[in-house]
Design a protein around this ligand. Structure first.
Ligand SMILES: Cc1ncc(COP(=O)(O)O)c(C=O)c1O
Length: 391
């Protein structure tokens, strides 16, 4: 979104993304391939812009959840090798091979269907084999299935096995028991794949939590998601991270209406908030349709460097805050981020929402424009808001 006309926006600090990637690369023990996970619009941060920075910082591959997300990147000029981690119907292998999009073999039946349809492909189809070592989501689970896959691949030179991977269910927990079981079972599968004559270039098990905690366990590639965005994979391991991450996402708005209310006046749907005295109430144009959900009632935002409460129910497009004094219309409101010495982090918001930090930027909807900050400057957006005071 290059032009926008509303008083609510996010700022995505691309320098922080670059810093987080560089910091991760420093702790990798070998020359592991870096796969930057940019699914779900780069966890709500903006797919193409994050992908560009990741590629500049040396990512060898991008990963998304759906073929649509990979095609969207192509549509925005991102031609870097891209892996779809989720299941894609065999009906679409032509589009994938044509666009150099790698697909995931998530079961034997899928590969059997693909084999039947791949004879007339113009370019080869690159695939990564998913092994389910304990996540219970996608992937083959036995050596027998692995042997069937090997047999199918051997007979089809149009399908190139570029990678093999698994996904950890508990790498972000301090108890390593399940992680160790999954790690050992993946190693066994990879060894068996080697004995069957396949040595794919990309062998990857690590998500952010695993690569931050067990860098010695890396195979030939890693999949970097949440840590690239500056967020800890869990509260539990935040204290044991090898370096501090820099959060890239902040969320801002402005006061568009202000009034003094009397004791007993009520605010918003259901009249759940009643003024206890004369109070200054500001209206902020963000609501649950923007992903600032109704549960945010009773939380707070920053105005003039001070924490001020959200009062009354959050509406679809607006919410109200109680101010300590009158402020001019247009006064900046920070919902996530820093003002002067105070900060509201994504983790703070996630705690209030009773969810995990991953969900918070993903929730902030397409209605909220993303401004990208690099070298202290805004690199997109053309209209009046940009000349206004962003800081
Ligand atoms: C298969 C797969 N790999 C990697 C990731 C990235 O994980 P993280 O964001 O914890 O680094 C995800 C995220 O959900 C995933 O589903």
């Amino acid at each position: 979104m290059d032009s926008f006309y509303r008083d609510t926006w996010t700022e995505i600090n691309l320098d922080h993304i670059a810093y987080n990637i560089r910091s991760v690369k420093k702790i990798l023990p070998g020359n592991q391939h870096l796969i930057a996970v940019v699914k779900a619009n780069a966890y709500g941060h903006g797919d193409a812009q994050i992908a560009r920075v990741a590629v500049e910082e040396g990512a060898d591959m991008l990963a998304v959840a759906f073929l649509d997300e990979a095609m969207a990147l192509r549509g925005k000029g991102i031609m870097h090798p891209t892996l779809v981690l989720g299941a894609v119907s065999p009906l679409y292998i032509k589009e994938a091979s044509h666009q150099r999009i790698r697909l995931t073999i998530h079961n034997v039946e899928w590969l059997e269907e693909v084999v039947q349809q791949c004879s007339d492909l113009q370019s080869p189809l690159y695939v990564h084999l998913k092994v389910d070592t304990g996540m219970g989501r996608l992937g083959i689970r036995s050596l027998k299935e692995l042997e069937k896959i090997a047999l199918l691949l051997r007979g089809n030179s149009n399908i190139i096995l570029e990678g093999v991977f698994t996904h950890f269910a508990t790498a972000d927990e301090l108890n390593n028991r399940k992680y160790n079981i999954q790690y050992e079972s993946f190693k066994k599968m990879v060894n068996h794949l080697n004995t069957l004559g396949f040595c794919p270039a990309y062998i990857h098990s690590a998500n952010s939590a695993a690569l931050l905690r067990f860098p010695q366990d890396m195979f030939t590639a890693v999949r970097l998601g949440i840590a690239m965005y500056g967020l800890s994979p869990s509260a539990e391991i935040k204290q044991v991270l090898p370096f501090s991450l820099k959060e890239a996402f902040s969320l801002h708005s402005r006061i568009v209406h202000i009034k003094k209310v009397k004791k007993g006046d009520t605010i918003s749907y259901g009249a759940t908030y009643e003024a206890e005295r004369e109070e200054w109430i500001g209206t902020v144009p963000i609501g649950y349709a923007d992903g600032w959900i109704r549960r945010m009632q009773h939380f707070h935002v920053l105005v003039d460097g001070k924490l001020v409460p959200i009062v009354g129910r959050v509406c679809m497009d607006q919410m109200m805050i109680r101010l300590p004094q009158k402020y001019p219309l247009g006064e900046k409101v920070t919902l996530i981020g820093r003002q002067l010495t105070r900060e509201i982090s994504i983790d703070d918001v996630a705690n209030h929402m009773q969810t995990i930090n991953y969900e918070v930027p993903c929730l902030i909807s397409y209605r909220v424009p993303r401004l990208f900050i690099q070298g202290g400057c805004v690199c997109n957006g053309k209209n009046y808001l940009l000349s206004a005071n962003l800081s």
